[in-house]
Design a protein around this ligand. Sequence first.
Ligand code: ZN
Length: 372
Amino acid sequence: MPGLRVFGAPLRYVQGPGALDSLGEIVRTRHERAVVLIDALLVDALAGRVTASLAGAGVAASVLAASGEVTQARIDAEAEVARAFNPTVIVAIGGGKTLDTGKGIARSLGARMITVPTIASNDGPTSRVIALYDEAHRLVDTPRMDENPEAVVVDTQLISEAPTHFLVAGIGDAAAKRFEAAACARGTGMTSNGTRPLELASVIADECYRLLVQDAREALVSAERNEVSPALERVIEAVILMSGLAFENGGLSLAHSMTRGLLELSDVKSRLHGYHVAYGLLVQLMHEGDVESFRSTRAFFQATGLPVALRDMGQPLSAASADVVVQATLGAPHLANCVPVPTAISLAAAMNSVELGDVTDVALNTRREPRG
Ligand SMILES: [Zn+2]
């Protein structure tokens, strides 16, 4: 119905050191039978803790090890195994692939979903979206669960022990949300709920960005030392919770559209999603003619270790590589949320300007719009 606006979110979000051990109590509030999908590399380290927590709460659990690409064929096969246990909830513990496989199984079985991210590399844990790939790691579809995960359990001690580059990527993914939600709000953009955004999404996106700029460097130092500091707690909240609420309810724009194009470049596609988004955000800001935000965001990315040019992801910008990226980006589903709407010429010009990194001699052919 025209005029309706929707805000969706997980029912419960739990964050802190040792949160994994509260899993049994969280699952027990609504479920008696759970299938627990754990990243195969983490089964030895975590399965004992997880089954003890669930058993202690009286939840019957069956543990499956997850590995490999998130394909529909793999989800179908795992769903058949899970179905035999008759669970009402799927608990997925691991990185993005494990969580997306778990979401696919939950969607297939009509079960609820609980996510337990062990890295903070993007906002996937709070989201309804499933990123489906083929065996060649090409993104083929992004289906959605009917609801957000019922609970998101974020053990910050576990996340502090993961390699730090995952958190760097998560910061890149989260930083874009402020500008993507703003573009969506000031244009005619729609969110993944299929409506115009409510005001709250921009409030969250703005605060997410402010926290990242304030705390990212200190958080990364803590993460290097495997220490959970208040700054690291805030950055993890920004990367997983705020970023997720902001994008689903605020809408995406050019930064995420660019990831479609970047996945077409052989040397770039293996980089983490958050690195693609960070570069895409710089292109978006240049495309919008927002020189001030471009400069400050570029400086922030340099201080954080995020890419500020295509060559930072292993591929120099050429006429051919720009054309590949531009053509795929122009087919992205969020393109209608961009203000101004990109053309092949304007997008290639923005990519060139980002590569130069110097905005002093850039001929800006787009008037800067006030932030909505
Ligand atoms: Zn993202």
